[in-house]
Design a protein around this ligand. Structure first.
Ligand code: ADP
Length: 489
């Protein structure tokens, strides 16, 4: 296992400014910030650093496109057609987009090309198909009245996304917004603005009207906060940390924005003694190490029934030892660097805490190489529920193994977290699986699988993992208002 410096990939960077009202413009302040290649720690490009003034211009452009532009009068079916066209352009440029994503984020090129991009394209197509199928209902009310409802777009959607799945998060956010007839101001994460900016250009080229999609790159407390407070923005869809969501809730109070949040997790992945152990080991491995461990639904607390604990740990160690960490552009790389210095430092400090608190580090436990933010896939065994590595979201390749003897106690422990995003159970007993699915308080339950995502299946959290759902019909409804119309006959 070694990290070699990535060969410089052939990636052309063409979009680096703010995209407002269909135009590429520098930030009003003239400021820029660097986006960094996490594999080399070198600057990739300088990006316009948007703030309040740029967000204001973008919100006005989005408001105009919503109120009086072609978006508001376009037939829903034609809106869908433009979305299909965008999805097709992404498919045509899939290799270039995948390279851009890997350069900016550090995830292995195979993941960008074969997982993230296909999921993003599928999501846009799924919602494109919805554009002309959004409608209300007629309601029988008392008296001689006709009563019906209309599902109308919520208006201007402010969308703030994280860096872990940059292009997929764009699709999750633009898909339901555009299908329902909203216009958008998006703030990509400061670590990974490149693919979002590129998609804005593709949207322009396929004919999505000016002002429908606006992108303002910049930092959270400036550009993000300005979006949250802007009076012309009707809704904020945010994916990120729960602490940021708390700030957004407070800052959006004056304008009473509609809010949907998809936040963090400390998801339990529970393996019963009757499970297919090889499948469960693979599920634990993928469920935690996917995307360098930078998944909000990562299965970071693996509970194994005590009678099969030793076998599980031995198999997981073997599987993890094969994991190749290094150049994200190399064909055989399984794991690239963490996204930035801050995440890298945070993960290493949790690894130290785990060691100090007395958990057994049975794999990894250190950085890889001396350049780039590479962290060895790490397994802690004999973890106690109260250790920091079992309670806090680490957002890195650090897996904690805990054991259980009793099902009731395990369910209590699985629920003993303020998060509730996802959970998984591995068992051949259908009653145990259903009981677990009913009693564990999380937005997604996987049975004998992990990380199975589909644009049609709602995703989101209980408790501090968020509110509202993305994907599926629920995700669409979150971008609509319900209007009741009553007519005296
Ligand atoms: P992470 O730790 O994963 O970066 P954050 O919640 O800090 O999670 O960031 C997710 C997104 O939220 C990013 O686009 C970031 O710039 C943005 N953000 C951070 N702070 C704020 C804020 N105060 N208001 C609005 N957006 C913010």
């Amino acid at each position: 296992m070694s990290a070699t410096l990535p060969a410089s990939p052939e990636v052309k960077i063409t979009e680096t400014e703010c995209f407002i009202g269909g135009e590429w413009v520098p930030a009003v302040s003239g400021k820029t910030f660097a986006t960094i290649n996490p594999a080399t720690e070198q600057e990739i490009a300088q990006i316009a650093e948007g703030d309040q003034a740029d967000v204001d211009a973008a919100a006005k452009a989005a408001h105009k496109a919503f109120e009086s532009g072609p978006w508001s009068t376009m037939d829903a079916r034609d809106r869908g057609k433009l979305m299909f066209a965008l999805a097709q352009r992404m498919e045509d440029e899939i290799d270039d987009l995948a390279r851009l994503e890997t350069l900016d984020n550090g995830k292995p090129l195979g993941d960008s090309r074969n997982v993230d991009l296909p999921l993003a394209i599928d999501c846009l197509r799924y919602y494109a198909g919805y554009a002309d199928k959004i409608h209300g209902s007629t309601i029988p009310i008392r008296g001689n009245h006709l009563c019906y409802t209309r599902r109308e777009p919520v208006g201007v959607a402010g969308q703030i996304i994280p860096w872990n799945f940059p292009i997929l998060m764009v699709a999750w956010k633009w898909g339901p917004a555009l299908a329902s007839g909203c216009t958008v101001v998006m703030k990509p994460a400061e670590q990974t603005p490149l693919t979002c900016l590129r998609l804005a250009q593709l949207a322009k080229e396929v004919g999505i009207p000016d002002g429908v999609i606006n992108v303002v790159p910049g930092y959270g407390p400036t550009a993000g906060s300005a979006l949250v407070k802007h009076p012309l923005v009707d809704k904020i869809a945010f994916t990120g940390e729960h602490r940021t969501a708390q700030i957004i809730t407070r800052e959006s109070a004056d304008t009473l924005k509609r809010l949907t949040f998809e936040l963090g997790g400390k998801s339990p992945n529970v393996i019963f003694a009757d499970a297919d152990m090889d499948a469960a080991v693979e599920g634990a491995y993928v469920g935690l190490f996917l995307n360098q461990g930078q998944c909000c639904c990562a299965g970071s607390r693996v509970f194994v029934e005590a009678s099969r604990h030793d076998e599980f740990v031995e198999k997981l160690q073997k599987r993890t030892a094969q994991r190749k960490v290094g150049n994200p552009f190399a064909d055989d790389t399984d794991q690239g660097p963490q996204v930035d210095q801050a995440q890298f430092d945070k993960i290493l400090s949790y690894i130290e805490k785990g060691k100090q608190e007395g958990a057994d580090c049975v794999a990894g436990g250190e950085r890889v190489g001396d350049k780039g933010y590479f962290v060895a896939p790490t397994i802690f065994d004999n973890v106690r529920d109260d250790m920091a590595i079992a309670t806090d979201e680490i957002f890195g390749p650090v897996l904690s193994v805990l054991t259980f003897d009793d099902k009731e106690d395990m369910i209590r422990r699985a629920n003993n977290t303020f998060y509730g995003l996802a959970a998984a159970v591995w068992t051949r007993d259908i009653s145990v699986a259903h009981d677990f699915a009913a009693r564990v308080r999380a937005g997604t339950i996987w049975v004998n699988c992990y990380d199975v995502f589909d644009a049609a299946a709602p995703f989101g959290g209980f408790k501090m993992s968020g509110y509202g759902r993305e994907l599926g019909e629920e995700g669409l409804k979150a971008y609509t208002e319900n209007k009741t119309v009553t007519i005296a006959l």
